[in-house]
Design a protein around this ligand. Structure first.
Ligand code: KG4
Ligand code: ZN
Length: 331
């Protein structure tokens, strides 16, 4: 089935075409340059930029897939969770196209989309599996018994892991978004140079706000006067505290539930240290690991099309009065 996916929940305008689980095109227009002077996403600006980008991005996705709109058999669109103004641009576009072309469309949960990214490349995870969903707004561990059947087994009590990266980068004046900058800088640092705290060791829940505070306290003590040469050690140690926690709890979740399969997804799954560590530690414990290529970890529309195609093939259809939702927990 040829499915056009549309994603506009935050600061990427994205469109993709997939055909029976194979990616034909995956186009992403990032708004990073527009938001970076503000140190974060400005929702009003994001909506306007989505409006400008949505048709060019869809056109490019169709061109690259070498198809016309008339060949599209179904549309999948993110309808939550996310920024309402941003979501509405993608959703209204999807409804308009579905109505004009007289084809079905489905609203997709963005987090389900992140999980579905693991079904787009190579080996497909068997069900059940443990899913670590780590993005800018979410850090949760689910026992996935099926799409539509999620048992939440751990979640953050405060900041998401992506937020912890972004806030640290802001404190250190490294720019926005922080995860990718910290990832790059940390490669030249010593992850054991600074002893940052690991919170909630006995639980499968997470807490990252203490980590951020401990960085802030350290910077205040030093009067922010550290050498640039110390930065790699600081960010490598900070990143290590996040990676340690994510890896340790996800593996424990797999062991406690006797589910020897883990999916790691969401923007933070693009982190090179997290990828290396979870690969090494799952291999040592004979746990199968499914982690999408980095381009499918950060926001994209191929993952939305992937989940949408499953839904459409199961006969699911959304109606034209479908609304966008800012919060939409998986369980
Ligand atoms: O999934 P995503 O693209 O958007 C949301 O759904 O939130 O995740 C964005 C988050 C941001 O916090 C960003 O800093 C983080 O993912 N991120 C990374 C890396 N690339 C993106 N964090 C750590 N290392 C990376 N390489
Ligand atoms: Zn996301």
């Amino acid at each position: 089935m040829i499915v056009l996916g549309i994603e506009s929940s935050c600061d990427e305008t994205a469109a993709a075409v997939i055909n029976n689980g194979k990616i034909c095109s995956n186009i992403i227009a990032s708004q990073i340059a527009v938001h970076s002077p503000y140190g974060g996403v400005v929702p009003e600006i994001a909506s306007r930029k989505h409006m400008e980008a949505i048709y060019p991005v869809i056109t490019e996705a169709l061109n690259e897939a070498d198809i016309t709109l008339r060949q599209v058999e179904g549309i999948a669109v993110t309808c939550g969770p996310g920024l309402i103004g941003s979501l509405l641009i993608g959703l209204s576009t999807a409804k308009t196209l579905a109505f004009a072309l007289d084809i079905p469309f489905v609203g997709v949960n963005h987090l389900e989309g992140h999980i579905a990214a693991a079904f787009l490349s190579g080996k497909i995870p068997e069900i059940p599996f443990i899913a670590l969903v780590v993005s800018g707004g979410h850090t949760s561990i689910y026992l996935v018994k099926n799409f539509d059947e999620y048992q939440l087994i751990g979640q953050t009590r405060d900041d998401a892991a992506g937020e912890a990266f972004d806030k640290a980068a802001k404190l250190l004046n490294l720019g926005y978004p922080g995860g990718v900058v910290i990832d790059r800088l940390a490669r030249n640092g010593n992850p054991r140079a600074v002893a940052f705290p690991r919170a909630m060791k006995d639980s499968l829940d997470f807490s990252f706000s203490g980590l951020k505070t401990s960085l802030l306290t350290m910077l205040k003590k030093r009067g922010c006067d550290f050498q640039d040469s110390e930065l790699p050690d600081i960010v490598a140690s900070y990143q290590e505290a996040i990676v340690d926690t994510l890896v340790e709890k996800t593996i424990r979740a797999a062991e406690e539930n006797t589910v020897p399969r883990i999916v790691v997804c969401g923007g933070v799954a693009a982190n090179s240290s997290l990828r290396e560590r979870i690969l090494r530690e799952t291999a040592a414990k004979q746990i199968e690991l499914f982690i999408p290529p980095t381009i499918l970890c950060t926001d994209n529309a191929a993952m939305i099309a992937a989940r949408g195609e499953m839904m459409l093939k199961n006969g699911l259809r959304s109606k034209l009065d479908l609304n966008a939702v800012s919060r939409w927990p998986l369980s």
